[in-house]
Design a protein around this ligand. Structure first.
Ligand code: SAM
Length: 298
């Protein structure tokens, strides 16, 4: 069955009495070149186990099954597993798991359904949960890479460099955990129904534990600094930090900036990740000096 042929999709869905749910972010791929290109770019080898989020009727799933050792696909819509049982019948390396990816114990699922690693994640994400779903995949620490279709603007934010309009806390978050790149642009017309926005596929190659190029960083404090820095985007970083770290005096904040090699009037969005790490070190030092029992208080 050609799962990207619009006539076949319509006939299949009519047979199963299926209607698209906008609320579940159901935009299925209808251009066969796209799922093929996503799977080709997802770091999948013969021994790889793949976790897919939201298989839909299986356009991407079949490309993953053709390349991987095993595929586990988590689908929230209970109407779809019976459709997948028909469309994926030829594959014996697929398990469809009914459930919500945001409520799934991802490491347990991967161990149970995928067996030994390496594992990667690959998905045409439902856009209403892009940020929490991508965060859950990253924080599961299961995957060598995560390849996801997201809204084009989100892809640009994930990959954005410092001092650009797209750069924000989510860019820093993703780039802290891995090296992202846009591997494919996907116009809205490649989906049925067509969404209002264009899409892009991002591959995030995740850093193995302890191999972050920033070196050892107090992660909790780093993200506290980043949240404070982007909290009020138009303000100078020194003012943002005063709000975020009320226990530090104005002079101490300015000292942190100077000692981190930053100008006093710099704005948060101008800092790259290495500069955030350097600043985190300086702030951490002041906090610990003021309160030697700090640490957990961060
Ligand atoms: N993979 C298919 C494709 O590329 O044609 C469908 C992608 S569609 C954009 C998103 C899919 O995610 C839908 O099948 C939808 O039912 C499913 N979904 C929505 N929310 C979900 C959730 N929280 N957990 C798992 N799947 C979800």
């Amino acid at each position: 069955m050609n799962l990207c042929d619009i006539g076949e999709i319509k006939a299949l869905l009519a047979r199963h009495g299926f209607h698209f749910s906008k609320g579940l972010g159901q935009n299925f791929l209808r251009d066969a070149r796209i799922p093929q290109a996503i799977a080709e770019n997802a770091n999948i080898g013969r021994q790889t186990g793949v976790l897919e989020v939201g298989p839909g009727i299986g356009a991407l799933t079949q490309q993953l099954c053709r390349r991987a050792r095993r595929v586990a696909a988590v689908e929230l819509d209970r109407r779809l597993p019976p459709v997948l049982a028909e469309t994926m019948a030829e594959f014996d390396n697929l398990t469809v798991v009914e459930g919500d990816i945001l409520k799934t114990d991802i490491p347990a699922l991967c161990r149970r359904e995928l067996g030994p690693g390496p594992w990667v994640a690959c998905a045409n994400l439902p856009y209403y949960i892009t940020t929490p779903a991508l965060s859950a995949l990253i924080e599961s620490r299961c995957f060598g890479s995560v390849t996801v279709m997201v809204q084009k603007e989100v892809a640009q934010r994930i990959c954005a460099r410092a001092a650009t309009a797209e750069y924000g806390a989510f860019s820093v978050y993703c780039q802290y955990h891995g090296a992202p790149q846009i591997v494919l642009q996907v116009p809205a017309g490649c989906f049925v129904p067509a969404p209002k926005v264009d899409s892009a596929v991002v591959r995030l190659d995740l850093y193995p534990a302890g191999q972050n190029p920033l070196g050892p960083v107090d992660q909790a404090l780093f993200f506290r600094v980043v949240r404070a820095a982007f909290g009020q985007r138009r303000k100078m970083l020194s003012n943002c930090l005063r709000q975020g770290f009320p226990q530090l005096a104005k002079e101490q904040i300015l000292e942190c900036l100077t000692d981190a090699g930053l100008p006093e009037k710099v704005r948060g969005e101008q800092l790259d990740l290495a500069q955030f790490a350097r600043l985190t070190e300086e702030i951490g030092r002041r906090i610990s000096a003021d309160n030697p029992a700090a640490g957990e208080g961060r």
